[in-house]
Design a binder for this molecule. Structure first.
Ligand code: B12
Ligand code: SF4
Ligand code: SF4
Length: 345
């Protein structure tokens, strides 16, 4: 079986990109540990606890694995980039979180692919599906499988498709002819580094890396506690994730659009005022089945308060006063910060 056979199978199962990497430890695994040692994982314990070492070898996930089939699923829909959308009354949710949770979508596609592969392989084999949460260096293996190069913004970029795609993997005990990594095509460009509002893209072991403790995506999705005060202004009106370093990337200028129903926006740039008023059950209902629930209700209101403070819109004083009386100390403190910022506006 060749990479071409795998790409055909992947296409039939809804994946626009696919390739095969050898299931071996890779030299750059060392950079992951350096990244953690420099504190760039911030408080994401799943990257720093005993699971950190599991990333060194895919055989820690499936002892018999010989090949990693890497797939990419496009999620770009025909809606504006955040860098072309300026409305201080509305909240920015990052592109990847507009529709259904990609973990479910990719897992279903990979299950289908595994079934088809079983019919084609003509031999018994063991397998394991990974989407995001497994301790696997997904971008590194996807690069080895020829899906793209790792840009200075650290996203995997494909020459034809840009970087608006999710990654998933099917680990198999079959030996499949591996693909080759493509060349790095960032050249002398530094647009992502220059555009990042919080200077989160920093020099790394080779090229650049992201200091999560400065990244808006980390603050608004992963961080459970208070956003450091010095970073709040840079967050702008982002309430979940951040797309800026991909919006400005020249390889995304003509990025293909997908019509796939799961990735069409359910709530494009919702009004901040409405979000400040929603109760916990409304929050769950509004974002059920999307990645946004990961922020949890308190984290979400914390993000809404910061965005209102950054909007410069003094009409948000009333909803912010309401949030500053919240029983949740985290929400109340961020609302007080936002009120103070609006007083200076
Ligand atoms: C932790 C994490 C985050 C953290 C840290 C981000 C980071 N840059 O590491 C935070 C919360 C900030 C984050 C944000 C986002 N994330 Co995220 N995240 C992850 C996760 C779970 C682990 C990444 C990791 O291990 N980071 C540690 C660093 C050291 O690892 P790394 O960047 O992969 O680096 C390795 C290789 O890239 C390689 N390498 C690095 N630089 C170079 C340079 C060269 C020249 C070479 C050869 C190799 C190389 O060496 C490193 C060590 O092996 C992965 C899923 C997974 N299991 O891998 C998703 C993942 C990377 N995230 C993803 C997405 C979509 C995002 C966001 C776009 C979401 C958003 N809109 O807000 C942003 C993008 C921010 C950014 N510029 O990275 C996608 C990326 C898809 C793609 N096309 O690249 C992934 C793969 C999830 C998925 N399954 O689709 N994320
Ligand atoms: S996601 Fe946003 S904050 Fe994070 S590195 Fe990219 S531009 Fe900077
Ligand atoms: S903006 Fe430029 S430097 Fe950054 S990832 Fe894209 S091509 Fe590379």
């Amino acid at each position: 079986m060749t990479g071409a056979d795998i790409r055909e199978l992947a296409r039939q199962c809804g994946f626009e990109l696919a390739g095969v990497a050898r299931a071996e430890p890779i030299a750059e695994r060392q950079w992951f540990h350096e990244w953690v040692a420099r504190g760039f994982a911030a408080e994401m314990r799943y990257l720093t606890d005993r699971r950190a070492g599991l990333r060194d070898d895919p055989r820690n996930l499936l002892a018999s694995v010989r090949s990693i089939i890497c797939v990419g699923k496009l999620y770009n829909s025909a809606w504006p980039y955040s860098t072309n959308f300026h409305d201080g009354e509305r909240a920015w949710i990052s592109r990847y979180a507009w529709g259904d949770d990609y973990h479910d979508v990719l897992r279903r596609g990979l299950e289908r692919m595994n079934e088809c592969l079983r019919k084609r392989a003509g031999a018994e084999y063991e397998s394991k599906i990974c989407v995001d949460t497994a301790p696997l260096l997904e971008r590194s293996y996807a690069r080895m499988a020829g899906l793209g190069w790792i840009g200075k913004n650290t996203c995997l970029i494909n020459q034809q498709s840009g970087s608006w795609f999710f990654l998933g993997e099917l680990l198999v005990s079959l030996a499949i002819e591996p693909d080759e990594p493509p060349p790095d095509r960032c050249g002398t460009c530094t647009r992502c580094i220059d555009a990042c509002p919080t200077a989160a893209i920093v020099p790394g072991a080779l090229g650049y890396t992201v200091d999560s403790g400065r990244c808006i995506s980390y603050f608004t999705i992963e961080l459970r506690g208070a956003v450091p005060e010095a970073s709040r202004a840079g967050i702008g009106t982002h309430i979940f994730g951040c797309d800026i370093c991909q919006d400005v990337c020249p390889w995304n200028r003509r990025a293909p659009i997908t019509d796939d129903r799961p990735f069409q926006p359910r709530h494009f740039a919702p009004p901040l005022e409405r979000l400040a008023e929603i109760h916990e059950d409304e929050f769950r209902a509004m974002f059920r089945g999307t990645p946004v629930t990961r922020a949890r209700y308190a984290g979400f209101l914390r993000n809404v308060a910061v965005a209102m403070g950054n909007s410069g819109d003094v009409r948000f004083r009333t909803p912010l006063e309401m949030l500053s009386a919240s029983a949740d100390a985290l929400v109340a403190e961020h609302a007080r910060w936002a009120l103070a910022r609006l007083r200076g506006a």
